[in-house]
Design a protein around this ligand. Structure first.
Ligand SMILES: [Zn+2]
Length: 396
């Protein structure tokens, strides 16, 4: 692994040299004399933590723009599912390759995925020196080919692929409470516990799901999963839009990771908004995700932060409802610490950082770089992405 020196970069408001070796940040100091294999001139660049995109269906880049502007149910059943039934491992590799490149451009080396043939995704994640929680999805209602049996076969293949690659973690990923039976939701939790896996599921996304849950189980989706003892510190819940007061208490207490997906929620018209402030006040762990490209339609974490912040302010009618720093933490620090990965740029920690270009017009004006990243800049500002001590993306 190369020794990298970043010279005179803006870090925590001061100009610093940063030395990276063996995947870690060896030293942060005013002047580092030590030689390196690779030097980055950091003048006019700022060092910040990397982004974690915590809910994706990466290979859905294949379906970008497909069925745009259709009603949700029609979009899923007549546009997306028929196309998914024709998927092959080869197509998954093609879609994943595009998705990984897109993630890197937006400063995101790590993502939490839920998509068919995850072993194919894993091979490309390793090739690109990235990381992720790769979910092994299944449904047992529609469409039937993606069954539990199919998931098990994929799980054992995925396990083999990632055996010597600690930057990939595995999740079991039952799609949702309306596509997977109660018995199989519980089976998946037992399976996750036995195999030390995360548990990734869509939850409380639409009004129809709430209606289904109350009619079938007599409980909200959150209370239903809680009753089944599925919610804990290894559970990742995408969406969590329609929540009652008691749901919020439960989610905060169980320390599951809640993934706010504002662009997808708005595009699919899910009728309510993730209650960021209420959840945060109760101590819930909040991450940010783009969701799949079919419902976003990109994987840009900078855009997601802006949309996420603006939606909260607009919906709850308060400018102070969410601060730039809070949405930034949801995209960086909170998901990393949930996964026990260092992402704060400290001596001795894994070297995970982005270098952003401060000469761009979007950074002219006030001095708060996080504010500019959230509200003004786009992914073009990311000049370098360093993950696990290696430069995995560079824009000249
Ligand atoms: Zn999703």
């Amino acid at each position: 692994m190369k020794k990298i020196k970043i010279k005179s970069v803006l870090f925590a408001g001061k100009e610093r040299d940063i030395l990276i070796a063996d995947g870690k940040i060896l030293k942060i100091s005013k002047k580092i004399k030590e030689k390196s294999d690779c030097e980055i001139e950091g003048k006019n660049l700022a060092a910040l933590p990397v982004f974690f995109n915590m809910h994706t269906h990466l290979a859905m880049t294949l379906f970008r723009g497909v069925g745009d502007d259709s009603p949700l149910k029609k979009w899923l059943t007549t546009k997306i599912w028929p196309k998914e039934l024709l998927l092959t491992p080869k197509k998954i590799r093609k879609g994943t390759e595009i998705g990984l490149k897109e993630l890197k451009k937006s400063g995101c080396p790590f993502f939490c995925d839920m998509y068919w043939w995850p072993q194919e995704t894993a091979k490309l994640v390793i090739k690109h020196k990235m990381g992720g929680v790769l979910g092994v999805p299944f449904v047992d209602k529609v469409p039937l080919i993606f069954s539990k049996k199919f998931a098990l076969k994929n799980f054992f293949e995925l396990k083999k692929v990632v055996k010597n690659y600690p930057l990939i973690k595995i999740a079991i990923a039952p799609h949702a409470i309306y596509t997977v039976s109660k018995n199989n939701l519980v089976w998946a939790k037992d399976f996750a516990k036995k195999n030390n896996l995360y548990y990734h599921i869509h939850l409380a996304e639409t009004k129809e799901e709430i209606k289904f849950s109350k009619e079938k189980y007599g409980l909200t989706p959150v209370k239903f999963l809680d009753k089944l003892k599925i919610l804990d510190e290894k559970t990742i819940l995408a969406h969590c839009v329609h929540l009652e007061e008691e749901d919020i208490e439960i989610l905060a207490k169980r320390k599951s990771l809640l993934v706010y997906c504002p662009a997808s929620n708005m595009k699919l018209g899910v009728c309510d908004v993730f209650p960021f402030r209420k959840l945060k006040e109760k101590g819930a762990l909040i991450a940010l995700g783009t969701d799949g490209v079919a419902s976003n339609n990109n994987l840009d974490m900078l855009e997601e932060m802006k949309i996420g912040a603006l939606l909260q302010k607009h919906h709850f009618c308060r400018t102070e409802e969410i601060k730039a720093k809070e949405i930034f933490e949801s995209a960086t620090k909170t998901p990393a610490s949930f996964l026990e990965i260092k992402n704060e740029i400290k001596e001795g920690d894994l070297a995970n950082l982005i270098l952003v270009d401060l000469t761009l017009e979007e950074f002219f004006g006030g001095k708060d770089i996080v504010s500019h990243l959230v509200y003004a800049a786009n992914y073009h500002c990311i000049r370098y992405l360093i993950f696990n001590g290696e430069i995995i993306y560079q824009r000249n």
